[in-house]
Design a protein around this ligand. Sequence first.
Ligand SMILES: [Zn+2]
Ligand SMILES: [Zn+2]
Length: 239
Amino acid sequence: MSNSQQSTLNKCINFLQLHLPQSCFLCGTRVTGTLLCAGCEDDLARLPATCCPQCALPTSQGEICGACLKKPPAFNRTRSAFSYAFPLDSLVQQCKYAHASNLTEFFAAQMAIQAGQSNTQSEPLDYLLPMPLHHARLAQRGFNQAAEIARRLSTRIGVPWLPDACHRVRNTPSQAGLDLKARQRNLRGAFSCSIDLSGKRVALIDDVMTSGSSLDELARVVRKAGAVEIQAWVLARTL
Ligand SMILES: [Zn+2]
Ligand SMILES: [Zn+2]
């Protein structure tokens, strides 16, 4: 199939997805043009109204949390659309290992809503930078979920994304089961940034923030490349 045929086919699929009744991805109710029915979307766990602005963990008055005061992360702000809980966690896992473009589109749409709500008073961003995946893992999976989200989010909010600015130069072992100190050690030297970001305001894009160690390490590298404002934007935050 030629590129133009593929593009026409994609447009037809998008049209059909928007206009034909489908089933809610979670409960099977009939919906048109959305992935989830209104009820299921309402049921997704949101973050509490008051959170630490820097790391998005709940605090009583929305003040900076003790951990961020003691050892501030290299990013200035965290924006998260949801708390990482059932059933969103299983949607994210499904999408991570078997790329589902309708799920990724839904994630990007939710992050765009979140960006619109929380960015009204701050200066515009210059770039979105997806969390890079090591090339060995990229070859294994065939796609990088964070990049897929960043590309779609970029179209929605009109901020350019840079797919090749940051690289994962070390294929670090899985972070699962490691405590915070071990996670930080595990990630040292994992990333590089190949462009000059002097004076730029950027958002690092990832699907989930767990301890925040990967985003912190990437932010450190991006800060060294000259960025003056670094935000971490994720779909969901582990509480
Ligand atoms: Zn539903
Ligand atoms: Zn914090």
